[in-house]
Design a protein around this ligand. Structure first.
Ligand code: PMP
Length: 420
């Protein structure tokens, strides 16, 4: 008998623990909304580096800015020193993002990763309030480090810790168990009841749309109710905008639609715009309690990332065009998904989303994974989300053209039909 030679992919995978074992390809280059493997096979990318590439792969404007910076030997290390690249980012972020939205939050570089920004937010909230407990939600995802995992609502991921995760209490996310805004009433009764043992939490951490949790969209009135609850019980409101920020849901910050102002906000993924690691924690000025050195790290101030982040803000956020375009393109995606749902009424359990993040939920828990596997073969990169991977998640770059969206949605429709 002859055994087939292992593929390059199989050799690679036998030596490392890599992220996407569901995608048997060795990727080589990427441009806009497309990725290419080493043999030149091409995929439309509706995953966008897990939401880190809102402006597409190798965005031409951002690439030019980065090349110019490297060409003139700009500082490339990641220490959070004062640099011209950092100053330019901060000025642009203040002028184009914070001030137009009436936000006076301080900016702290807490990256490289989203989990780092969340850890900083949790640690700061506990330090400010001098209390331990943080309230988080069913199906929430906030990262893999111990603090961020403690507020993540996924039993499988929590089990990865191997130890009990302390000081967090779960609350039902909007509409979970068919819940309503009235859920806050019973939670408030627990807060006020010494018999609950809950005491007074330091903070509440929430995603306005749960990305990993299955594209669960919080209604604006629910978010306003939550903000109100936080105010009345002196808990800080932390919005984790790592995945839904930087325009994913339309507005720059995902909480803008609800008209709430969080005490603390986390940003990462698409803030550098080029896939370079960068994470921020924003907080109200009165929460600035850390002494110098109480929270630091070697890779907090990624200068090349500041350069691409500044170019991204200048290019996409100097006016309201990106928001308008994202909402319009989102309507196109929603219409296509509703057509798929109508055609496959027995299989599809729901369509949910906002801006350019959409989820297609299936009744059969294995169906979403089969759709993603078939889509890969047909040239489309998409991933599942949800507690049982029952939701196909679409996260195309915001720069994906209407034609490319249509092309990807046709592939998706075909993948759903062929796996029915
Ligand atoms: N928060 C949210 C809402 C996320 O979606 C993620 C990543 N999926 C994280 C935090 C963690 O980010 P990172 O993987 O960069 O640590």
């Amino acid at each position: 008998t002859t055994t087939a030679e292992p593929s390059v992919f199989e050799v690679l995978e036998s030596e490392v623990r890599s992220y996407c074992r569901g995608w048997p390809a060795v990727f080589d280059r990427a441009e806009g909304s497309r990725m290419y493997d080493e043999d030149g096979r091409v995929w439309l990318d509706f995953f966008a580096g897990a939401g880190a590439l809102n402006y597409g792969h190798n965005n031409k404007v951002l690439k030019r800015a980065l090349l110019d910076y490297l060409e003139r030997d700009g500082v490339t290390h990641g220490l959070d020193m004062s640099t011209t690249a950092k100053r330019a980012f901060l000025e642009t972020f203040r002028d184009l993002v914070l001030e137009p939205r009436g936000l006076d939050h301080k900016v702290m570089f807490t990256g490289p990763t989203g989990a780092n920004a969340v850890e900083a937010a949790l640690k700061l909230a506990r330090k400010v309030k001098g209390r331990e407990t943080v309230v988080s939600f069913t199906n929430a995802f906030h990262g893999m480090s111990l603090g961020a995992l403690a507020v993540t609502g996924n039993a499988f991921k929590r089990a990865g810790a191997g130890v009990p995760l302390v000081h967090s209490v779960p609350m039902p996310f909007d509409d979970y168990f068919g819940g309503t805004v009235e859920d806050f009433l019973w939670f408030e009764r627990l807060l006020g009841d010494r018999g609950s043992g809950l005491g007074r939490p330091a903070a509440v951490i929430v995603e306005t749309v749960q990305g990993e949790g299955g594209v669960n969209v919080a209604r604006p009135e629910w978010l306003r109710g939550l903000a109100d609850l936080c105010r009345r019980w002196d808990m800080l409101l932390i919005v984790d905008d790592v995945q839904m920020g930087c325009g994913r849901t339309g507005a720059f910050f995902s909480f803008e639609e609800a008209g709430i102002v969080p005490d603390v906000v986390t940003l990462a993924k698409s803030i550098s715009g080029y896939g370079l690691p960068m994470a921020l924690t924003l907080f109200r000025p009165e929460l600035d309690v850390w002494e110098p050195g109480e929270h630091n790290g070697t890779f907090r101030g990624n200068n090349p990332a500041f350069v691409t982040a500044t170019a991204a803000l200048d290019t996409y956020w100097a006016d309201g065009q990106t928001e308008k375009q994202t909402l319009a393109r989102g309507e196109r995606v929603e219409a296509a998904l509703r057509a798929i749902a109508a055609e496959h009424g027995d299989e599809v359990a729901g369509v949910r989303g906002r801006g350019l993040v959409w989820g297609l939920e299936f009744h059969d828990k294995t169906h979403a994974s089969r759709v993603c596997a078939r889509a890969f073969e047909l040239g489309l990169l998409i991933e599942t989300s949800g507690p049982e991977s029952e939701v196909v998640k679409l996260l195309p770059p915001l720069t994906t053209t209407p034609d490319e969206l249509d092309e990807g949605l046709l592939v998706l429709a075909r993948a759903v039909a062929e796996t029915a």
